[in-house]
Design a protein around this ligand. Structure first.
Ligand SMILES: [Zn+2]
Length: 127
């Protein structure tokens, strides 16, 4: 059993690191594209005599990209926290009820901090 757990943790750790890389790439890409749009938008405002139009569309797209970037940053923070729990030996335990989170769930959501019933309860309470 111990080696199964160790193997599971090792593969979760690999998965977390892979996801971390991909979210960091999302942050970099979205931020870079948003900056490009900012520059283009500034030029557009100077050149465009009519005012409205494409500049606004660019602003919306830029804001969307910045939201994507900040959400990706949050995911990276969650993943870092999960990696910390792997190191600390507390990985895979529900933060609310303390029960083990099923491996099947952790394989889908490796950074999960709550079991399904606590997660469902939490989102219901929020409404
Ligand atoms: Zn729970």
């Amino acid at each position: 059993m111990t080696s199964t757990t160790t193997d599971f943790l090792a593969s979760q750790r690999r998965e977390l690191l892979a996801r971390r890389e991909s979210y960091l790439a999302d942050v970099a890409r979205s931020t870079a594209t948003a900056l490009e749009l900012t520059e283009d938008g500034a030029n557009q405002d100077m050149a465009d005599e009519d005012g409205f139009g494409e500049g606004d569309t660019l602003n919306v797209e830029r804001d969307r990209l910045l939201v994507v970037a900040s959400e990706a940053k949050e995911r990276v923070a969650e993943i870092d926290a999960a990696l910390g729990r792997v190191e600390a030996g507390t990985y895979g335990r529900c933060e609310a009820c303390g029960k083990p989170i099923p491996h099947a769930r952790l394989e889908v959501v490796p950074e999960a901090t709550l079991c399904v019933s606590c997660k469902t309860g939490a989102s219901l309470r929020r409404k």
